[in-house]
Every structure is written in C-alpha cells, then in structure tokens.
Ligand binder design. Structure first.
Ligand code: NAD
Length: 739
C-alpha cells in the first residue's frame, strides 16, 4: 500500500477501505496539486486491489473540505498566459488538461466497479462536494453547521469537476440551476430532501452508516450510467424543458445583465450537457471551464473575492510586532443611536461584553432593544434561537454613566456627527478609561487626526468606520490618524477580526476612501440628470454596470437634504467654486422647492407609497431638465462613465497614499458599496482594461463630459510604461508594513 501525503487508508475485516483526507499542517482540507496527485493514485489503487470491496471517503478535520485551493487555478492561469505568448496551441492544451484533471479522476472513481461512499462529516464545498457527488453513496452529518454546496459562481467560476452534470442528473433541473447559479449551500436535512445525499446521520455514526451502505450491496454504478436512465427534470427537449430553459435564460439576464461569464457557462453546461451522455457532457463542461478560466472576470474575482479577501481577513495588514490582543469589553458612546446600536449588536454577537452609553438611560436602552429586535427577526426566520438571543443580550449593559467604561479595552464613539459633541464625549470617556485602552471614532466625515486631539493619548486614537446596516455590511474602514500607533491599529484589527468583518486600513483624508467613491457615483448621476438622461435610464444602466443600487436610489437612502447640507457647508467653508453650481441648483430644487429629502420623508428621487405598493421614480424629474431621446443615448458610454468615474477616484486615493494596498482598494470598493463585483473592484477594473486603454477612455470622456474624468499623473505614467496596479504596487511586500 502506497503512502500518501494527504490521506490515510485503513482497511477493515470486511474489505472496506476507509480513506481519510487529513492534510498535514492545515486546519482545513483544500484541493491542491498534491491532493489531486494523491487522490488519482488512491482511485487507481482501490480499483486494482482485489481485496478492497468498497471505499468510504471522509475527512480527518472538523470540516470535510473547503474545496479547491484557488491559488492553484491562479497559477495555472499565469502559466497559461506566459505560454500563450510563444505557443498558443500548447497553452490552450495545457489549460484544458489542467482544468479537466479532477473531472477524469472523479469519472474514473464512479466507473471503477467498486462502490464508493462519501461520509460527509462537516462542511463540504466546491470540488470536494463534486468528489462526493461522484461517489455512489453519500451520508452526511446531521450537525446543522455542516453544509454542502457548489459556491464557485461567487468567485467568477463554476463547478468544473462534474458538478454541472451530476447535480441536474440527481435532482430536478430547476433546483439544480438555482443551486449552481446562486451558489446555494444546504444542511444535511435539506440536502437529503433535495436528493443530494442519501442519508443523514449523527456524527458518531457516520462512518458506520457509510460502511453499512456498502455491506448492504450498494451498486457501484451511477444512475446515469444505467440503461434507461431518465433525467429527474425531464429531457431538455420536452414540455418541462421548454418551460424551464427560456425563462431560466431570462432570469439569468435579469439577475446578472450578462456580466458574469461563470453564470452564463453554467446555463450552457447544463443545457448542452443534458442533451448527451455523461462522458461527452463532462467534455463539454471541461471546455467551458478552460474558457471561464481565461476570462478577465474570473481572474479578477478569484484574486479579489477569494485570495485578497482571505488575506485581509487573516490580518494581512496587522503590524506583526504587536502581540495579539483579546478584547473582553467594548464601550460604545452613542450606543442607543442608529450606528452605535448596530455596533453593539455585532460586538455582543462575537461574545464580547458591551457597554452601551448614551445621553440618558432611556436612550441607551434603545440600543439593547435594537439588538433584541434583530434577534427576534432572526428567530422568526429560524436563524437564531431564544437561548442565543438571551446569551447575546447577556453581554450588553446600558448606562449613561462614564464610570462604566473603566474596564473597557476599546471604546467606540458613534455620537452625532458634530465636532463639539464628539469632543465632549471623548474627554468624558478619557477620564475613566484604562491607561492602555484604545479609543476609536465611527465618524464618516471628520478627519481622525483632528478628533484625536480631544484624547490625551493621540497614538491610541483611531477611526473604525462602519457601514450601515452594521449587522449586514461586511466592511470596516480603519482610519489611521497622523499619530495613530501600530498598537492601536493592531487592536482595531483584532477587534474587526473578532466581529468577523473585513478590514481595510486607510490614511486620514476627507471622506476617507469608500465615501469618496460613493460621492463620485452619485455626482455623475447628477450630471446625467442635468444633461437630460431619463432618470430610469440612469438607474437601469447603473444596475447593468453591476452596481447593486442605482445612484438616485442610493442618494435617497443617504438623504438628499444631507447632500444639500453638506454642499452649503462646503460653500461656507471653501467658497462658491468648491461645489458644482449645477449640482447645488439641483439639490436646492429638490429640497427647498419640492421638499424632497429622500426615503426619510418618502419623497426623494423616488416616491415611496405605502406598502405593498413599490417605490417608483418621481414623475416630476422629467420636468426638471429637457429630456434626451433615450434611443440616441449610448448605453455603453453611460456604463463607462459610472465605472470610470469611480475607478479614477480609487486611483487618486492610491496616488495620494490614502489607500496603500491595492487589495484593500479592490475589496473595499466591492464590500463597501457593491462596485461591480465582476470587475474584481475599482482598481482591478483599470488593470482588467489595461492602463493605456483606460486612460484613452478617460481622455474621450473628459473631452465630452468634463474634468471629473481627468486621469491623474500616476495613471498616465502607468499607461506609458505599460504597468498595472498589481505590478507597480505589488501588495505582498507592502502588506508587511503598517499603514
Ligand atoms: P444617531 O443620531 O442615530 O445616533 C447618535 C447617538 O448619539 C444618539 O443615540 C444620541 O442620543 C447619542 N448622543 C448624542 N450626543 C450624546 C452625548 N453627548 N452623550 C452621549 N450620547 C450622545 O446617529 P448615527 O447615524 O448613528 O451616526 C453616529 C455616528 O456614526 C456619526 O458620527 C456618523 O457620521 C457615523 N456614521 C453614520 C453612518 C450612517 O449611515 N448613519 C454610517 C457610518 C458612520
């Protein structure tokens, strides 16, 4: 029996081999090159060994496996790109072979003539679940935390190891498409109900149940290899197929605007694959998989939404010289307010004690009630339990007394956006805080360096900028003041990690990073409105560009009267020229003439009639400016304007040193306000096009629409030298330094 790096094999007296996947030195099994090598040999060994009657495959870790190590795919793609320059045919062959290796191993497994059963002891995703799907039997743990699924579409790919073929041969085609296109995951009960697994068992009985299936004579033949096999959802060319595929295509387009090749290829794989026998179907899948790997979208999405996201979550930006801190208690000033209550909730949910402090006891109590409300809603959806709610609320105390902050490791200020109020509360808190506790402000607009002056230890003052709604938004923007220390940064990052959010670390500037991009997005929509682009077209094209919310709808959420207030304040502070007078006129008209403040008074760019009626664009918008004929407007150019105006602001932030790590620039733009995820983020959008093409596009837009499209010096230089952001600002060495 051979020795394997990642697997052990134990045989019992009945001739059943138990293959346990347990990668040395890793907390999670992933599929990398060495796993593929090992598993290929194991499949051969099991098939060749006459003493083996059947095989159970399981994992030695808590989870079964997280799926493929995507850096492996990234490196295959890099090799492909290098080879392509000298040997395009060889390069295509290489990529096809690399990307179909697993497929053929799994196919060999299911046709080996021996019964294989997967004992899915914990979460099992992607390529690992495809391994299980190739097994003739699947038993899954009944632990509600254990999930199975094929989430590849979320990183621009699709399941390319037989998943697009086996799932719709196992379950109804419609369910299969939903699972694949949405990257859905299921617990054991649901997976069994759907027909994805055969049995559910208590963790301790899993292996025995799996072996029992073999002992009971499990047939080593998949249903689709049996004569007379019928697809669970009926053939493609049938009444059921005719009712399914045309609407599926329409829904795909409605949901993605055809921006995601991974999703498009899923539809193609399922449609084309179900027309032919499994071996041909697998070849079809392999071709599309090699094709999807070559798309810019997949490359960028893997990098930002998988690799960079993981690196940032693991503390890529954490100063290594500061020992890890464990936060036991966090104080929140303004803890009864909208943001403070949300921050309190996510903190308590992480098992950290929370002191919600507000102006008086009643105001502070609102914060606790908010947490109870979120939990009640979660309980009603089956996502929490009364016991979990009580446990969470047990972590929260409410008060108006600053003495309660005495043993807090971190205090977060989330009072009104008013420098004077912030000064008062900071000074009051400082008097009671421990000598080494860190103070953070959640301000969205006031520079951190200035606010730090209110705190006696400026080095221990930092910005932690949350996004609303706090319990749902995954990003936090950590802002370094001029004097902020590595220790404060490390504590802030340890805290963000504890509450399971993704941090980006930025330097202090007005608007920090995310809001600068958001403002550009909304202000370009103002320009379009003023030019007479119909409002519906502005909103729809924004969504076609991959933005989750149209800019006018977003402005309604952030409030038009707030835009009005900010613009007038800017004029008072910096003079008339500091704002675009046409924009000022627009907000004056909206707020002063029409009383349209946004969603908060149910009157903004949209009207918000009483439910169940849906919001709709305010008809009066068409009367504000002479309207252009929509048929004469270049949709692609509107798209380019949205993408470019935001990407340019991101590039300026890199040039100014506001953002120092391009991974953060990309991940922040996607998690912060949903910038077109298929691009890999605002910086990857530029890299995807190439700096030269992007700068040319900007020159064209600048001539037609104005200075907001002027490419900064950095970009012009990059265009000349043929550089990309990820080559010029290689994030890996930069990551070692603090901000
Ligand atoms: P809010 O008005 O809902 O809450 C502010 C809270 O501060 C209130 O509960 C108020 O009672 C309390 N407060 C005011 N003065 C106080 C004092 N002297 N002592 C103790 N408590 C006091 O405001 P919000 O929207 O939650 O904003 C709070 C902060 O978060 C602001 O700095 C804002 O810029 C920032 N922020 C807001 C958002 C957002 O979407 N609303 C997003 C990110 C950051």
């Amino acid at each position: 029996m051979a020795d394997y790096k990642n697997f052990t094999i134990a045989r019992d007296t009945d001739g059943i081999a138990l293959v346990t996947w347990d990668m040395p030195g890793k907390s999670m099994n992933v599929i990398d090159g060495s796993v593929v090598d090992d598993f290929t040999k194991i499949v051969d060994e099991m098939a060749a060994d006459a003493s083996v009657k059947g095989v159970v495959v399981t994992s030695g870790k808590e989870a079964f496996s997280g799926g493929a190590d995507l850096s492996m795919l990234e490196s295959s793609f890099t090799t492909f790109q290098k080879m392509k320059k000298t040997d395009p045919e060889g390069a295509a062959k290489f990529l096809f072979e690399q990307s179909s290796r697993l497929q053929w191993v799994y196919r060999k497994l299911e046709t080996s003539g021996k019964p294989w059963v997967a004992a899915i002891n914990g979460t099992c995703m992607g390529g690992a679940f495809e391994m299980c799907l190739a097994c003739h039997g699947r038993v899954m743990s009944d632990d509600p935390k254990a999930k199975v699924g094929l989430p590849e579409v979320k990183v621009g790919l699709f399941p390319g190891a037989g998943g697009t073929q086996r799932v719709p041969r196992l379950i109804n085609t419609q369910e299969a498409l939903q699972m694949l296109l949405q990257g859905r995951t299921y617990d054991g009960a649901k997976a069994k109900k759907l027909g994805l697994v055969h049995e559910v068992a208590a963790p301790g009985e899993l292996i025995e149940k799996a072996k029992a299936m073999i002992r009971a004579g499990l047939k080593p033949v998949q249903p689709w290899d049996e004569k007379g096999f019928k697809l669970p959802g009926g053939p493609v060319y049938s009444a059921a197929g005719a009712q399914l595929f045309p609407p599926a295509n329409a829904i795909y387009r409605r949901e993605t605007y055809d921006n995601y090749p991974g999703a498009r290829f899923i539809l193609k794989c399922v449609y084309e694959g179900l027309l032919v026998p499994i071996d041909t179907a697998i070849r079809i899948e392999a071709r599309y998989f090699a094709a999807v790997l070559q798309t810019t979208e997949a490359g960028m999405m893997i990098r930002s939404l998988f690799l960079s996201l993981q690196e940032l979550n693991k503390g890529a930006r954490r100063p290594a010289n500061v020992p890890a801190s464990t936060l036991k208690k966090v104080g929140i000033l303004g803890g009864g307010g909208f943001m403070g209550a949300g921050i309190g909730y996510v903190t308590a949910k992480a098992g950290i004690d929370v002191v919600l402090l507000d102006r008086d006891q009643a105001a502070a109590d609102k914060g606790r009630a908010h947490a109870a409300g979120i939990e009640d809603a979660a309980i009603s959806k089956g996502r929490s339990s009364p016991a979990a709610k009580e446990k969470l609320l047990g972590h929260i105390v409410t008060t108006a007394d600053y003495a309660a902050l005495a043993d807090c490791d971190l205090v977060i200020e989330a009072v009104f956006e008013d420098s004077a109020v912030k000064k008062t509360v900071t000074e009051s808190a400082a008097k009671h805080m421990k000598a080494d506790a860190i103070f953070a402000s959640n301000t969205s607009t006031i520079p951190i360096t200035g606010l730090a002056k209110n705190f006696p230890r400026e080095k221990d003052f930092i910005g932690i900028h949350f996004f609303s709604p706090v319990d749902r938004m995954m990003l936090t923007e950590i802002i370094m003041g001029k004097k902020t220390s590595d220790k404060a940064l490390a504590v802030a990052l340890d805290y963000v990690r504890a509450i399971k959010k993704t941090p980006i670390v930025v330097n202090d500037t007005r608007g920090f990073y995310i809001n600068r991009m958001v403002l550009r997005y909304m202000s370009e929509a103002y320009n379009m409105l003023i030019e007479g682009v119909p409002a519906a077209m502005i909103e729809n094209v924004a969504k076609m560009s991959g933005m989750p919310v149209g800019p006018l709808a977003l402005n309604d959420e952030t409030a038009i009267d707030l835009s009005h207030k900010i613009m007038h304040q800017t004029v008072r502070d910096m003079g008339e020229k500091a704002v675009d007078h046409r924009h000022l006129e627009l907000v004056n008209t909206m707020v002063e003439k029409h009383g349209r403040f946004g969603r908060k008074n149910a009157k903004g760019f949209y009207d918000y009639p009483a439910k169940p009626a849906k919001k709709h664009l305010w008809h009066g918008l068409a009367d504000l400016y002479p309207q252009q004929d929509p048929d004469t407007i270049d949709v692609q150019e509107l798209r380019n304007r949205f993408h470019s105006v935001i990407a340019l602001e991101a590039a300026r932030c890199v040039e100014e040193g506001v953002v120092t790590d391009v991974r953060e620039a990309d991940v922040g733009s996607i998690l912060g306000f949903g910038f077109a995820p298929f691009t890999g983020g605002a910086i990857s959008y530029i890299d995807g096009l190439g700096a030269k093409k992007f700068v040319d596009q900007c020159r064209h837009l600048e001539k037609k629409y104005g200075a907001q499209f002027k490419a900064p010096k950095l970009l012009r230089e990059m265009a000349e030298k043929g550089e990309s952001f990820y080559t010029r600002f290689n994030p890996k060495p930069a990551a070692k330094k603090a901000a």
